[in-house]
Design a protein around this ligand. Sequence first.
Ligand code: ADP
Ligand code: ADP
Ligand code: MG
Length: 648
Amino acid sequence: MFDKILIANRGEIACRVMETARKLGVKTVAVYSDADAATKHVACADEAVHIGGSTPAESYLKGDVIIQAAQQTGAQAIHPGYGFLSENPEFVDAVEAAGLVFIGPSADAIRAMGLKDAAKALMHEAGVPVVPGYHGPNQDAAFLRQKADEIGYPVLIKAVAGGGGKGMRLVEASEEFSDALASAQNEATTAFGNADVLIEKYIQQPRHIEVQVFGDGKSAVHLFERDCSLQRRHQKVIEEAPAPDMTEEIRAVMGQAAVRAAETIGYKGAGTVEFIVDGSDGLRPDGFWFMEMNTRLQVEHPVTEAITGVDLVEWQLRVAAGDSIPIAQDALTITGHSFEARLYAEDVPKGFLPATGQLSHLQFPDDCRADSGVRAGDVISPFYDPMIAKVITHGATRSIALSRLKKALQGCQVAGTVTNLGFLGALCAHQGFAKGEVDTGLIARDLEDLVALAEIKPATVALAAAAASGVMDSAHDESGFTLWAPLDHTVHLRQDENVQQVKLRVLSKTLIEVLVGEVAVTLEKGREVWRVDGQPAPGVFVGGSSVTVFDNYGVSFEIVDLLDQAASAGGDGNLIEAPMPGLVKAVFAKAGQKVKAGDRLAILEAMKMEHALLAARDGVVAEVLSQAGDQVEAGAALICLENDESAQ
Ligand code: ADP
Ligand code: ADP
Ligand code: MG
């Protein structure tokens, strides 16, 4: 076994590999970009090497710099993770030329599977069923259209160099072919620098079923299948193993085909053979076709680990270090069922727009496996995949594993960014999915229902308002309120454009009455637990100017600070004053600095909340009268602007 390996990746997969390396007593070296200097994968490693700027092209795709980092730190092998350099045969050659071990297949095996057309031809020769279609070299538009006509519509145009669903177009009729071809070629050129395409029959009601294979360069085994049919725009959303309705007979036929594919190219390490399956009339031994082989560890490998008990990363390291396949085919078995859901920072109502943000709070429930590359306080940056975690559950049966997934997703607490948790939860509650009726069109067909926003309950708003105002904290703070006359507060909460006013009446340390519109909600504390109208209160997190209630997959509000508005509108605009007694947390203004109306000049912490103090007008800072750490009284002048000459 190696003494030390370098992981040429980031985030979740880098952390995942390090976990197994540690278990095996192997030291780890992380590499990181500017944006990743303070991330989890750097903290998890024994050593870390900075490799460049924030964009992948400046860092994680710089093979030469990464190889240098391995040599400098004395790492003997490089694990590529997935994405980035994991399927780049030139990188493999360079790693080996530097006298290091690439933890993965040979450059030749990657090349053989790198282009979808060549891979299909190779698989066809090896007797693996491939989707009927044209995957030859002739790229003439008229010729391709003629081929599509022969195959019969609908057909799929695919970039031969494609991946991640890019460069793929569904064509329903001959007239649409030319436009679709041009747009697929365009996308393929931009994304992969290769305009070549292949044409294949579009399988109706398709299911995506893939087989996990593992080779040692001489022979290969399979670790059964995963069903990844739950996709949005050809991207996997929830995966499971084994596949619903799979029979022993079909499993054996598919498994043998996958092993044949791996052995044909002398495959070494973990790989996935993806099949497209005709799901229109149940699974059939002659109803599946080779689609592509991913010559790397796959994002969804944990579901296979859950049902087989195999640590696939351990196998990768052992085989790369010279071992043969650790367990023979007939000793591999399936126990129970497993699901994985991909949790992303994504704005679902805005068309699944990737989101960014600082995760002010992040917590996963105990009864699931959560593979994550971020911690509370970490930032989802715009440079990389916005994945927050993979949530994985296992159970004796499919329905138990699915119930556990549902429950685990409900228990995930994320604040600081929007997430797709609600969407994942809706999928878990989908009746067809629950019955195992999966196909790649399921999400698109039922999208409207799956993304519908649940109505926000008054109880949720009440809890958010009480937490935002700090009265729940103060209620157990003995020194806080000494006079127990009812205390009234008004809180304004915003969601998108809607601002609602919530009235709080603190009746005692343990009793708060809340008025949300017309609805009265009671918050009462008994035995250290708050209850909302008699029900145990869900978790709440207040961070900066937002509050998140961990109910219904997380509901967030902006706390509208009327004090900000008062501060910015108040006085003659020259003085920025403390609107209430508090602690100056930060001062951003410097004497002589030009500021614009609305610029944040300082932060005051009061009532356990932060208030941004804004410039009331454009101007120049004359004097800064306080500094971070000062305790100030209400009305204290904090910053003074120069007299506005132009004002009259
Ligand atoms: P497929 O390629 O069939 O969609 P996966 O679902 O396993 O297979 O997706 C893997 C993809 O994830 C990679 O091809 C890549 O586009 C993307 N990716 C690359 N690096 C990372 C990363 N560090 N974190 C998350 N996703 C990544
Ligand atoms: P990528 O490299 O982008 O992962 P794939 O060839 O693996 O491309 O296809 C991605 C997805 O597109 C599949 O998981 C499946 O949902 C769909 N798909 C691919 N080929 C077909 C086909 N012939 N018929 C129907 N759907 C297909
Ligand atoms: Mg694929």
